[in-house]
Write a protein that binds this ligand. Structure first.
Ligand SMILES: [Zn+2]
Ligand SMILES: [Zn+2]
Length: 387
């Protein structure tokens, strides 16, 4: 059979027939870190693959393994199994399962049981072209929310070109017919430099420069277009990895703010929400395949060496040994956080930035307040060669 592997893209011939589990063993792959797609359909461990099957093995970085291969709801052949829930589902019921998890996240919010947002709110979804953000935009529109998208062009060569194409295609094909509008910000045009240029000019890690720019533009576009809530595609694996990092260093300020929903703290700031925090990366990837959502499978080429990735790998290993441990870690924290790290413990007084008018912590000295984004602009634009 012909087996397509990703990251890097390549094709190899594997003698068949064999089961999916046997194929993964031959390829020396941990079944919890991949999706297997045979002739366009998701397949589970016990599925027999013919000698002339065309198979894709798609990395998703995390998740769980398991045995059941019948749908929990209807008994039909399952396309996805989730050991954390000790369940498997057919395409249709897997979609229902994902919607239920998002519904629960939106209605229950977090340990405080507050709703993330209501049908009166106008949402802005930060879309990157990856599986999480496109699944999220699709789910919110499907659930009947008013949700627009925002794509920020980072200027990272072919990766950005492909991401933008995927987002524009989704916006035209899926979002527009349901009333979702795509907004776009091109960093090089709007702030004078792309992510790689900013990282080189300021000699800082690309992820730091990129994260600061993105957070700024997400909030600013939401404010300027009158959106009530900025919604991001952070999933269970992302949040568990961030939590591990915060706990390892006991960063109380970060722990107090690590909530699925954060209210605006000042004028010119919108509420932020993470409705996918109850779903693993493997679930959002499978959701995209089941719903026919094309997404960019490759990871950002600048992410190499990011400590967040190391924490994810550690948690993947723990999850492989004890399915469900990631969810216990994160949900247990969210249940306890309101008591242990009350919101008030992180109250910072916000004032308007002298440069851009957006909120920033009040400076300790008498200097005019200048936000982290404006300080980055000063640093990078000074260091860049004059055009
Ligand atoms: Zn079913
Ligand atoms: Zn500013």
């Amino acid at each position: 059979m012909e087996v397509r592997r990703r990251n890097p893209d390549r094709t190899e011939q594997v003698p068949g027939p064999c089961t999916v589990a046997e194929l993964l063993e031959r390829l020396d792959l941990n079944p919890t870190t991949v999706l297997v797609i045979a002739d366009g359909q998701l397949v589970t461990a016990g599925t027999e693959l013919g000698a002339d099957a065309s198979v894709e093995v798609r990395p998703v970085m995390s998740g769980g393994a398991g045995a059941p291969a019948r749908c929990h709801d209807c008994g039909a052949a399952a396309v996805h199994e989730e050991p954390r829930h000790r369940s498997a589902w057919c395409s249709e019921h897997f979609g229902d399962h994902v919607e239920r998890q998002v519904r629960h996240a939106i209605d229950r919010g977090d340990g405080d049981d507050r709703r993330m947002f209501s049908y009166d709110d106008h949402l802005l979804v930060a879309v990157s072209g990856g599986k999480d953000s496109l699944a999220l935009w699709d789910l919110l529109l499907r659930l009947g929310y008013r949700a627009d998208g925002l794509y920020v062009g980072l200027g990272i060569g072919g990766y950005s070109t492909r991401s933008q194409r995927v987002v524009e295609d989704f916006a035209a094909r899926v979002a527009a017919p349901r009333g979702g509008v795509l907004h776009q910000v091109d960093l090089e045009q709007e702030q004078g430099f792309s992510t790689p240029q900013g990282a080189a000019a300021s000699a800082r890690p690309a992820c730091g420069v990129c994260g600061l720019s993105k957070r700024y533009w997400f909030n600013r576009v939401a404010v300027e277009h009158g959106h009530d809530v900025l919604v991001t595609g952070h999933n269970l694996d992302d949040e568990a990895a961030v939590l591990l990092g915060n706990v390892l260093r006991w960063q109380d300020g970060f722990l107090a703010r690590q909530r699925p929903v954060l209210d605006a703290g000042a004028d010119n700031q919108v509420r932020r929400a993470k409705p996918l925090y109850r779903l693993s990366e493997r679930e959002t990837a499978a959701y995209c395949v089941v719903r026919g959502i094309d997404y960019v499978v490759e990871e950002c080429p600048l992410v190499d060496g990011n400590t967040g990735v190391a924490n994810k790998d550690l948690l993947d290993e723990l999850e492989r040994r004890s399915p469900g441990i990631k969810a216990q870690f994160l949900f247990g924290f969210l249940d306890r956080a309101p008591q242990l790290w009350p919101r008030s413990s992180d109250d910072v007084e916000l004032v308007a930035c002298h440069g851009c008018g957006m909120p920033t912590p009040r400076p300790r000295d008498e200097h005019p307040p200048r936000c982290a984004f404006c300080r980055q602009q000063d640093r990078v634009l000074d260091a860049l060669p004059v055009h």
